[in-house]
Design a protein around this ligand. Structure first.
Ligand SMILES: CC(C)(COP(=O)(O)OP(=O)(O)OC[C@H]1O[C@@H](n2cnc3c(N)ncnc32)[C@H](O)[C@@H]1OP(=O)(O)O)[C@@H](O)C(=O)NCCC(=O)NCCS
Length: 147
């Protein structure tokens, strides 16, 4: 498995993985626009399979004056629980810090135990709750920070 920076050419594959993982997935167009923004950093994990290279995981951030908003953390179902998200997030934090980011924040569904555990492993703490932040289904968001 390799981890590398996502480019506009990966937008279609990223949108396909979104569809598998989220109830309100980002489109290819949103990825293209996001990846063209110089304040974003998106990483992907790619695996060689008999069918060729497959995008198995991804995550990204937007840098807003040294504070980064992390989003789109996702790993393909059949590749979960192998440490892929942990590796991706570790690289994202490392690269972000290298770029001068000193604080990271993210939102996560309050019932998303897997993701919350992953973020806590890196030291993220819940600092707030945004009531009914999510749709499909409606759910509160935990606001987590790593400073
Ligand atoms: C959350 C998600 C990205 C984790 O990906 P993953 O590659 O399976 O995670 P990893 O194997 O790297 O696990 C790292 C840590 O996360 C936690 N974790 C991951 N999956 C878990 C699960 N199903 N239950 C409990 N903890 C879990 C554990 O602390 C784990 O460490 P451990 O293996 O030492 O126990 C994946 O489940 C996913 O894509 N979910 C759907 C999309 C999503 O909800 N994204 C988050 C949006 S905020």
């Amino acid at each position: 498995m390799i981890i590398r920076e996502m480019t506009v050419e990966d937008a279609a594959a990223a949108a396909a993985l979104e569809k598998e993982c989220f109830s309100m997935p980002w489109s290819q167009k949103i990825y293209e626009t996001t990846l063209a923004n110089k304040d974003t950093l998106y990483l992907l994990a790619e695996e060689d399979t008999p069918d060729g290279k497959v995008l198995v995981g991804m995550c990204g951030l937007q840098n807003i004056l040294g504070e980064a908003d992390i989003s789109n953390v996702a790993v393909k179902q059949e590749f979960r629980r192998q440490g892929i998200a942990e590796k991706l997030l570790g690289r994202l934090l490392e690269e972000g810090r290298r770029q001068g980011i000193y604080a990271f924040t993210l939102e996560v569904r309050s019932s998303n135990e897997a993701a919350i555990k992953l973020y806590e492993k890196y030291g993220f703490v819940t600092e707030g709750i945004r009531k009914r932040f999510y749709e499909k289904p409606v759910e509160d968001a935990l606001i987590m920070w790593l400073r």
